[in-house]
Design a binder for this molecule. Structure first.
Ligand SMILES: [Zn+2]
Length: 441
C-alpha cells in the first residue's frame, strides 16, 4: 500500500521548521532564503484552525513558514496579497477527466475534459476523477491523462470494467466484478483512492453491493451516484444500511432521489447517513444541483462535506461553470467563507485519505490558491435553469502548485513592461514560476 502519511504530526511540523532554519543558516546573507513570500493575505487554513492575516513563505515546493510577519528581504520573490484570501489549493472531489480517447458522447472520451485547462484558473490544484475508467482502461487513463497533467489527478475506479461509457455498457452486470476492480485499485494505490458506482438503472442493489465488495477487498471508500430512483431500493436504505463510515453519497442536492420529501423537507435518511459517518458530496454537474434542495438542506443544518463540480463538457457550459463558481453559490446560500474553503480543501482531502494535502502546515506541499472575494450584483444558475442572486463572488487570482505559479489572473507576480529594457526576455524564475518555466517538482 503506497498510502501517504497522515497529516503532519508535531514532530513532522518541527522537522519542517528545523529544515527551514537549516536552509536559512546554510546560505550567505545575500542569497534569498526562501523562493516565494505571499505577503499580507488573509490565510484560511481549516486543517490548522487559521483564519487571520499571515505571511506564507515557500521554499523548494513546500511551505517553509507561516507567520504574522516574515522579512521580505529573505525571499527571492515577494507577492503582495493584501485584501486577498490565501488558502490551500482547492480540491475538486468530482470531475471527469478521461478525455482523448476519441469516443463521441462518452465520459471516456469527448464529454470529459483534460484537467489542466479547467483547474488552475479556478484555484484548483487537485481533482478526483469520479470513475470514468474501470479496470479494463485505467492504465490508459493513467498513461494518457493522469501522468501528463500538471494538476494532481486522483481517481475512483468504476465498478464497471469498461467504465463510464453510458447506455447498456454501464448496466452490464457481468462486467461489474469486485475482484479485478480491487486488484487493479491496489496496484495503483498511489492514485486510486476509492471505488465508484454510477448511473445504475435497475431496481436492485447489484451495483452497490458489488462496489462495496470491491471497496472492502481494496480497503477503499465507495462513492455512489445512485442512478435511477426506485422504491425497491430507497435512499434511506442506501444511507442507513448499505454505506459504511467514510463512503460518499454524491449529487446530494440533486433532488432526483427524494433528497427532499414530498412536503419539501429534507429526507431524514440524509441525517441518519451522516450520523453513521457517510459523507455528502455536491457533485453539481449538469443535472444534479437544485437550489431548492441545497437551500432547504442548509436551512435544516445539513451542509455538504465536499463542494465539487462534476466537471464535464455539459456541466461547465451550463450553470455549473467551475469549482470557484460552485463555491460562490454556497456563499449565496449563506455559508461562511471558512466553511466553503474547508469543504473545498481539507474535508475532501480527508474523505480520500490524503491528509498530506488540503492544508498549509509548515512542511506541506505548497499547493496554494489566492482568492479575491468580489462584491457586486451577481447571478448563479443551477442544473435546472433556476437562478439565485448573490452579492459576492469568489475569483481565483493566483494558483500555485508545488510552490510554482500556474495561474495569475491580473499579473500580480509580474513587472510593468515599461520598467524593463526594450529587449526583455522571459521574466520570472524557475524557483517560483511554473508558467514560464515548465518544470515539475
Ligand atoms: Zn460525475
Amino acid at each position: 500500500m503506497n498510502r501517504p502519511q497522515a497529516g503532519l504530526s508535531r514532530r513532522e511540523f518541527l522537522a519542517g521548521s528545523a529544515a527551514f532554519a537549516l536552509a536559512c543558516s546554510a546560505r550567505s546573507a545575500s542569497e534569498p532564503e526562501v523562493d516565494l513570500l505571499l505577503q499580507g493575505g488573509h490565510l484560511i487554513d481549516p486543517r490548522n484552525g487559521l483564519s487571520a492575516v499571515r505571511d506564507v513563505a515557500v521554499h523548494d515546493g513546500r511551505v517553509a513558514a507561516v507567520a504574522e510577519a516574515i522579512d521580505p528581504g529573505r525571499a527571492l520573490k515577494v507577492v503582495e496579497c493584501g485584501g486577498l484570501y490565501v488558502t490551500p489549493g482547492l480540491f475538486d472531489l468530482h470531475v471527469h477527466a478521461f478525455a482523448g480517447t476519441n469516443e463521441p458522447g462518452s465520459l471516456v472520451g469527448d464529454s470529459s475534459l483534460y484537467p489542466d485547462g479547467h483547474t488552475f484558473h479556478s484555484g484548483v490544484t487537485t481533482v478526483l476523477d469520479a470513475g470514468c475508467a474501470g479496470w479494463r482502461d485505467f492504465e490508459t487513463f493513467r498513461e494518457t491523462v493522469i501522468s501528463r497533467a500538471r494538476t494532481r489527478v486522483l481517481a475512483l475506479l468504476n465498478i464497471v470494467g469498461q467504465g463510464m461509457r453510458g447506455g447498456d455498457i454501464e448496466q452490464n452486470r457481468s462486467d461489474m466484478e469486485a475482484a479485478p476492480t480491487a486488484a487493479l485499485a491496489r496496484d495503483h494505490a498511489d492514485v486510486i483512492v476509492g471505488i465508484k458506482t454510477a448511473h445504475y438503472a435497475a431496481a436492485d442493489w447489484f451495483a452497490v453491493d458489488e462496489s462495496l465488495r470491491a471497496g472492502e477487498a481494496a480497503g477503499l471508500p465507495l462513492m455512489v451516484d445512485f442512478g435511477d430512483d426506485h422504491p425497491e431500493r430507497p435512499l434511506e436504505a442506501l444511507l442507513g444500511e448499505k454505506l459504511r463510515r467514510g463512503d460518499i453519497y454524491t449529487h446530494c442536492y440533486a433532488g432526483n432521489r427524494r433528497e427532499l420529501l414530498a412536503d419539501g423537507t429534507p429526507n431524514p435518511g440524509l441525517f441518519a447517513g451522516r450520523e453513521r459517518g457517510v459523507l455528502f458530496d455536491v457533485g453539481h454537474g449538469g443535472r444534479s444541483f437544485r437550489w431548492s434542495v441545497a437551500a432547504r438542506c442548509l436551512e435544516a443544518g445539513f451542509p455538504p462535506d465536499a463542494i465539487s463540480t462534476d466537471l464535464h463538457i455539459g456541466s461547465m457550459n451550463s450553470g455549473m461553470h467551475d469549482q470557484i463558481t460552485t463555491m460562490s453559490k454556497f456563499l449565496a446560500l449563506g455559508e461562511t467563507l471558512e466553511d466553503v474553503i474547508a469543504q473545498s480543501t481539507w474535508k475532501p482531502a480527508l474523505a480520500v485519505g490524503r491528509e498530506d494535502i488540503g492544508h498549509l502546515s509548515v512542511g506541506a506541499t505548497a499547493d496554494i490558491a489566492v482568492l479575491h472575494r468580489e462584491t457586486g450584483n451577481f447571478g448563479f444558475v443551477d442544473s435546472f435553469g433556476a437562478r439565485q442572486a448573490g452579492s459576492e463572488r469568489l475569483v481565483a487570482e493566483m494558483t500555485f502548485k508545488d510552490g510554482r505559479l500556474e495561474w495569475d489572473r491580473n499579473g500580480r507576480t509580474r513587472r510593468d513592461w515599461r520598467e524593463l529594457p526594450h529587449d526583455y526576455g522571459e521574466q520570472g524564475d524557475a524557483r517560483w514560476d511554473g508558467i514560464l518555466y515548465r518544470q515539475r517538482s
